[in-house]
Design a protein around this ligand. Structure first.
Ligand SMILES: Nc1ncnc2c1ncn2[C@@H]1O[C@H](COP(=O)(O)OP(=O)(O)O)[C@@H](O)[C@H]1O
Ligand SMILES: CC(C)(COP(=O)(O)O)[C@@H](O)C(=O)NCCC(=O)O
Ligand SMILES: [K+]
Length: 257
């Protein structure tokens, strides 16, 4: 049963088409569009796909964006759009948020993808799951699959724009990441990168202390590749983490139905 997975963030929509909604499946086709281009999906890349029989997505962008994506689907296919909402528990992950449904759906799906990847690859461990997108999120999950809590911090772009708009002298091109930056561009780029790295490393320490064992560390998101080389801890970069989570959820729900 062909399956379309859709991940709508605050900057881009990412999608992947699979022959079956099954953990570990390899996509038949994938794509990404900046949100300003999503109204062209039905005339563009999606017009070349075979019709999906099922669809599951997660969306943290505005409801209007989600509607526009549903309209693109309706132009081509009859498949109903289903969107994940974070809940108290799903697919072996327990939600420790004060108000479980207020947790970003992408964060929830990413943790579920990471948990099942960890279970498939080795011994059970706690996890630190990092998503580097428009914002950066850093989640802690214990060995029992309980989401303990997570950080939200500004992503690279937001940090730079905040500094630019709040100062007179920080309008400079992107620089390099340096241990000891000696120009404004490098100072800004390095400051953002190490701010994110520092927060992540603190969460790794928190998890070690709370769980008493070494966490498995996963990183994903459009800007994950920028962060991964600068981490002291070993992070596995898994670009497909959200799609992996959507596959698990779709598979579990189909099995339960
Ligand atoms: N092709 C690209 N080149 C450089 N940076 C990119 C590219 N695509 C994404 N990014 C970076 O990743 C971020 C968006 O990542 P993404 O995971 O799509 O975010 P979101 O899920 O919030 O929409 C952008 O803010 C940008 O920093
Ligand atoms: C934290 C986020 C803005 C991340 O968005 P992204 O960077 O993926 O576009 C998103 O997950 C969100 O809006 N969360 C709701 C609030 C929360 O998780 O507590
Ligand atoms: K995202």
């Amino acid at each position: 049963m062909t399956f379309l997975a859709v991940d709508i963030g605050n900057t881009r929509l990412k999608w992947a088409l699979y022959a079956h909604a099954q953990q570990g499946a390899q996509p038949l086709a994938t794509g990404a569009e900046f949100l300003e281009n999503i109204d062209k999906l039905a005339d563009g890349e999606w017009s070349r796909l075979g019709p999906p029989e099922r669809m599951l997505g997660c969306c943290v962008a505005a409801d209007a964006v989600k509607r526009r994506v549903e309209e693109q689907m309706e132009e081509l296919w009859v498949v109903p759009a289903h969107w994940v909402v974070a809940s108290a528990a799903e697919a072996g992950v327990i939600n420790g948020y004060d108000h479980p449904t207020r947790l970003g759906a992408d964060r929830w799906v990413g943790m579920i993808g990471a948990r099942h990847r960890m279970l498939a690859n080795g011994p059970i461990r706690p996890m630190v799951v990092v998503m580097v997108g428009t914002a950066v999120t850093v989640e802690a999950v214990d060995q029992h699959g309980r989401f303990l809590g997570g950080f939200i911090l500004p992503g690279h772009g937001i940090m730079l724009r905040a500094l630019e708009s709040g100062t007179a002298g920080l309008h400079v091109p992107t620089g390099e990441v340096r241990e000891f930056p000696t120009n404004t561009s490098d100072a800004l780029t390095s400051g953002g990168t190490f701010a994110i790295a520092g927060a992540i490393e603190r969460m790794v320490q928190h998890v070690r202390r709370r769980c008493g064992t070494e966490p498995a560390c996963y990183m994903t998101g459009g800007a994950g590749w920028k962060m991964a080389p600068h981490m002291l801890e070993q992070f596995e970069l898994v670009e497909s983490l959200i799609f992996d989570g959507l596959l698990v959820i779709a598979g579990t729900r189909a099995g339960a139905a």
